[in-house]
Design a protein around this ligand. Sequence first.
Ligand SMILES: O=C(O)c1ccccc1NCC(=O)[C@H](O)[C@H](O)COP(=O)(O)O
Length: 208
Amino acid sequence: MNVYVKVCGLSRPADVEAAVAAGADAVGFVLTPSPRQVPPATARALAALVPAGVATVAVFRGEPLDEVRRAAAEAGVGTVQLHGGEPPEAFAALRGDGLRLIRATSPGARSPLTTGAYGEDLLIVDSPRPGSGERWDPAALGSRPSGQWMLAGGLAPDNVAEAVASLRPWGVDVSSGVERARGVKDPALIERFVTAAKAVTNGLPPAS
Ligand SMILES: O=C(O)c1ccccc1NCC(=O)[C@H](O)[C@H](O)COP(=O)(O)O
């Protein structure tokens, strides 16, 4: 099965168009403090460029639940990604809003490495410093995550194939590795990353 690919931290139409043209399955907009942060209204304009079948994801880290709900609604995205160690109740509330949910965690964070443990649709196993471009040590994982999980943290066009072959995630997520400077995406790198990721299979059966 082909690897699911999310390209995160997009802030310009050309970058969204490059990700979609290359075959990305999801695009992410950061709505939390970051060099990539965009206002919800900008995320909405960018999400409007995305065809049906490609997921639009708003990324948060530690904002109050009411703020997440308000900003996600204003951005008009279909999926919310939470990095803040939010409790299962937060996921339940957002599910009630009709959103798909991604829970992001990192090795050693003491939250379960099982997709769906908090009611989420997808799990991302990321660096403790999301968006930093840092890889993490697979030895820190202990056991392999279960379910539909995505690998993130320091991926780039030149290492994604090896990383997928080694850890066999269901999907991958990238930000820094497709930038020419912090927060500035490069459409050519986006194209190279998506192509490289889609060229490998993860050895997993198709999603049911
Ligand atoms: O990208 C950010 O700046 C960011 C800030 C705060 C919370 C999450 C953030 N990004 C989440 C992502 O999905 C990134 O793609 C993921 O952390 C991988 O980043 P990178 O190692 O730079 O590829």
